[in-house]
Write a protein that binds this ligand. Structure first.
Ligand code: SF4
Length: 501
């Protein structure tokens, strides 16, 4: 006999009767998880578990928690809180599945696990930049190039990534000094990609000084992207980036022009490093990027790693000075946008995408779980494997805390699931770090055990004195304040995250 299966009760999202809603609106509500922070003397921000936020008058969080906000005394706020998952008429909200789907979507950058593979193809360099983060060696010391055996072993590990889409990035030293190594690696990776059904994006990081037409042709034929450095006008760039003839700026500029002509505008990008000298010229630096036709600029503070920390007079500055510089530069960038020239600031854009869209943002320096291991892995020129680019910079200072193994001898599982990775994973989610766990900006920020270790001596970190925290807390607060104060700015920010330029 066939047993009768009772009909499954179908949940529907259709509008219910008006009575149903009036009943909900007059009932006592339950609090859903959210965090809050004062952003000025008058305003505070409320942020829920999935990163939706409301900017409200000071004291609102207290009123919500004391259940003093009602449909009858503040219908607009009550409606916003209900619609944005800050409060619920039921202890377990009806739309719990919507909240969990949105949470999963925000964290879906984890689905593909490690996709960025950095190959330090050579440690040789012909520049002597005073902020260089690695202990580069002179251009003629070929023993500092990555061996073919290590390149093969790195590609072998890369092909074991669960991600179909992989980025293979070549760094140095100056990567172009080992152009033959790049050619070898790209050719081998292409063959392996066919076998393993992977799609690879190739990026070469270069100061562009050694660039030749032959190289450009090769990049064009193989769809290789170029990432270069531009520190602003020539007097800043040449001061930061030493070459015997003092012509680093001219060479970079020529290289950018050639790359744009052959590879296309979108296939060459530039990064800025902020030194003590740069701090004095925020507007001039932004204007230089505009003058050269760039549509984006990444305002990056100097790294507290490697050689950079040795030139203290030129390279060490307080985070508050960087924040002052950042705000002035951002104001100039906004001004250019108001005047009709589209240019976005990349760090702000990453944060704004986290705040204003439901999409996942897997930027390695600002994610939780952290970018190291989960999104990026580094194969050094000598075959050593590190958890992140910053981890190998520490190693150049003879600190091997984040060394995960060696190419050719350590297996994929030992690298990614071994003792060292497991140990780091204890401290790489900001949801579980003191200070971050109850911070309103948790979902926009990230965790960085390497930074904590390099600046505070231990991976867990101490938020009240952390420069990582100070920088992110203030930049996020400032972005919220700007959007809250001027709707024109919010509109501009929205264009920065829609890829329309
Ligand atoms: S680092 Fe600071 S700003 Fe970032 S989540 Fe932690 S406490 Fe908040």
């Amino acid at each position: 006999m066939i047993e009768k299966v009772p009909p499954v009760e179908r949940k529907t999202r259709k509008f219910l009767s008006l009575d149903h809603y009036s009943e909900i609106l007059t009932k006592e509500y339950y609090l859903l998880p959210f965090r809050f922070l004062r952003i000025s003397n008058e305003r505070e921000i409320l942020v829920n578990e999935i990163g939706d936020f409301l900017v409200v008058p000071i004291g609102t969080a207290a009123r919500i928690i004391e259940k003093k906000v009602t449909w009858s005394n503040d219908p607009e706020l009550y409606g916003d809180l209900l619609a944005n998952f800050f409060i619920s008429p039921l202890p377990v909200p009806d739309l719990l599945d919507v909240i969990s789907t949105r949470y999963r979507t925000k964290k879906s950058f984890l689905e593909n696990f490690t996709s960025l593979h950095i190959f330090v193809i050579s440690l040789r360099c012909e520049h002597t930049c005073h902020y260089c983060q690695v202990s580069r060696v002179t251009a003629d010391r070929h023993m500092y190039d990555m061996s073919k055996e290590h390149i093969d072993a790195g590609i072998d590990i890369m092909m074991q990534s669960p991600s179909k889409n992989i980025t293979m990035e070549f760094q140095g030293g100056e990567a172009l000094l080992a152009f033959d190594n790049i050619q070898y690696a790209v050719n081998r990776a292409k063959q392996a990609a066919i076998k393993h059904n992977k799609i690879i994006t190739y990026v070469v990081c270069s100061n562009l000084a050694p660039l030749t037409d032959e190289m450009l042709l090769y990049f064009k034929e193989n769809n290789i992207l170029i990432s270069t450095s531009l520190d602003g006008p020539s007097f800043i760039h040449n001061n930061n980036r030493h070459k015997p003839k003092g012509d680093s700026y001219e060479l970079a500029l020529n290289g950018i022009i050639k790359c744009r002509r052959v590879l296309g505008e979108d296939n060459v990008s530039a990064l800025l490093t902020t030194t003590n000298l740069s701090l004095l010229y925020p507007e001039e630096i932004v204007d230089e990027y505009v003058k050269l036709g760039f549509r984006n600029i990444f305002l990056r503070p100097i790294s507290p790693y490697g050689f950079a920390t040795r030139g203290a007079a030129k390279n060490k500055y307080d985070t508050s000075l960087f924040l002052e510089f950042y705000k002035k530069a951002l104001t100039k960038i906004i001004e250019h946008n108001i005047n009709g020239y589209f240019i976005r600031e990349d760090y702000a854009s990453i944060i704004l995408k986290k705040m204003l869209t439901p999409f996942p943002v897997g930027y390695v320096d600002l994610q939780s779980p952290a970018g190291l291991i989960n999104s990026v892995i580094v194969f050094n020129y000598d075959g050593k494997i590190y958890a992140s680019d910053e981890a190998r910079m520490l190693a150049e200072m003879r600190d091997f805390t984040f060394l995960l193994g060696s190419l050719g001898t350590t297996s994929y599982n030992e690298i990614f699931y071994g003792e060292k990775s497991t140990e780091i994973s204890d401290v790489f989610t900001n949801e579980s770090l003191a200070g971050c766990s109850d911070c309103a900006f948790q979902s926009y920020c990230g965790a960085d055990p390497v930074y904590n270790y390099a600046t505070q001596g231990e991976q867990y970190g101490f938020r009240p004195t952390s420069s990582f925290c100070q920088k992110n807390m203030e930049i996020i607060r400032y972005l919220v304040e700007l959007m809250d104060a001027d709707k024109r700015i919010e509109k501009i920010f929205r264009t920065w995250i829609t890829d329309k330029s």
